[in-house]
Design a protein around this ligand. Structure first.
Ligand code: ADP
Ligand code: MG
Length: 228
């Protein structure tokens, strides 16, 4: 019975989310539509054309982010377990996010112990988790800063710290992290952290968050290492 109850609650949450999500997707798509309609005009100067195209693409990217995050949340179980090389996967995500960091004047610093660390999990989900965290850190430094990523090991756990020196959060804001649609950003989805928590849980990992308003935030991820 207990199990059933949890199932029903989860189903309700998901259907409530589906309703809000169609709204979250429609907004950016409406913006895209508007800019595409503007592009139909005959006498648009090249500069304006460029800007309209950029805004139209941004709308699509935002809708895409909502869908990806929602799908990851709706299906959080790790199904195809594979051996993942932590440093290698982090490098992949860093490469992916570097253009965004450059645009925001954020320098990315990566440091790791020499030992290669392996965990069990699903590649795509681990990358989604890293991506959501790194993106938040970059967005927390709108006028630039440093994003420091470190990989270490203690006993049988891998420790990944991801630190920014951005806007930071109050204790109350830290407590809100992971609640669906909690966002302080004008164009935020408020789904990123929820997905991070659900992926980490499925991978039996822990997350520690230390943050101070106007100083920055440090996320520490602790993954059980694969037995060797
Ligand atoms: P979104 O980024 O779309 O707003 P998230 O779930 O990714 O949604 O994050 C929720 C909120 O948590 C953000 O709007 C922001 O207020 C806060 N937050 C997350 N990461 C950081 C960070 N590194 N520094 C400051 N605030 C953060
Ligand atoms: Mg986010």
């Amino acid at each position: 019975f207990q199990k059933r109850l949890i199932h029903v609650e989860k189903f309700q949450l998901i259907s409530e989310m589906a309703a809000s999500i169609s709204h979250e997707i429609r907004n950016p798509l409406t913006a895209t539509k508007g800019f595409l309609q503007l592009l139909e005009g005959d006498d648009i100067c090249p500069e304006k054309r460029k800007i309209y195209i950029q805004f139209a693409l941004e709308g699509i990217a935002q809708a895409d982010e909502v869908i990806t995050n929602y799908l990851t949340f709706a299906k959080p179980t790790i199904e195809e377990i594979e051996e993942l090389h932590i440093q290698q996967e982090l490098h992949k995500t860093i490469n992916l996010i570097t253009p965004l960091a450059n645009m925001s004047n954020v320098s990315i610093q990566f440091a790791s112990i020499d030992e290669e660390l392996y965990i069990d999990g699903e590649k795509q989900k681990l990358n989604q988790c890293f991506l959501n965290l790194l993106k938040n850190c970059i967005e927390a430094m709108p006028t630039g800063g440093a994003l420091k990523i470190h990989v270490g090991k203690k006993l049988n756990d891998a420790y990944i710290t991801i630190a920014d020196n951005g806007v930071g959060m109050t204790d109350e804001q830290v407590r809100q992290l992971g609640a669906p649609f909690y966002s302080t950003k004008e164009k935020g989805t408020g789904l990123g952290m929820m997905v991070v928590f659900s992926i980490l849980k499925a991978m039996s990992a822990r997350l520690n968050i230390a943050s101070k308003k106007n100083e920055g935030t440090t996320f520490t991820l602790v993954f059980p290492l694969k037995d060797v």
